[in-house]
Design a protein around this ligand. Sequence first.
Ligand code: AMP
Length: 218
Amino acid sequence: MRLVLLGAPGSGKGTQAQRLRDQKGIPQVSSGDLLRDAVARGTDLGKRAKAAMDAGELVSDEIVLGLIRERLGRPDVAKGFILDGFPRNVAQAGALDRLLTEIGQPIDTVVLMDVDAKALVQRLTGRRTCPKCGKVFNVYSSPSTRGDRCDNHPDAEAPLLVQRADDKEDVIENRLKVYASQTSPLIEHYTARGLLKIVNADQAVEKVFATFVRAAGG
Ligand code: AMP
């Protein structure tokens, strides 16, 4: 299973990718997570990426491609992968095609998580993440069973959930604009290649997952 997940910020790509990863044992490759990790570790690359991320702009293709190339070179990817948040523009899609041809692992399916644009701001402002394991929650639609702490750890070690710095309203607005102008053309791009499947992501997480698994062919 070699998948690309497309969808606006807040459409649930990360949540669904984590579920599929846990069910199928296939790695989730999230460009956003790779970038946040580089920023947190204070690497050169992280320092170069930070300003764009804080502003809700895209980080340069060169930086993101370097991270993705390195990640897709690791052995666990032989089982397949779920690309989450990459590619984000047509140039990245072209570079991905070339890279996957090089390693003999072309994409099987591209899944679009389709949501009503009006719901996105609330979905993004409600998002919380575990700083330790990365599990994603939403205070409105899928809260942690432990309130403001992650329910994926034993009680005594459960960390407080955090809100991403770019999930604040002013940055959200820009991220949605960037999606509309730079990322949404990929819908046409992958439709033309016969790869696109559309999932109605305006449903309960479980229902979306069931549809997603069928769309992904598994
Ligand atoms: P995400 O976690 O996918 O919402 O990504 C968070 C931020 O990381 C985005 O707003 C961008 O600044 C940056 N980012 C993530 N993926 C990419 C990508 N494929 N290309 C450029 N920037 C990206």
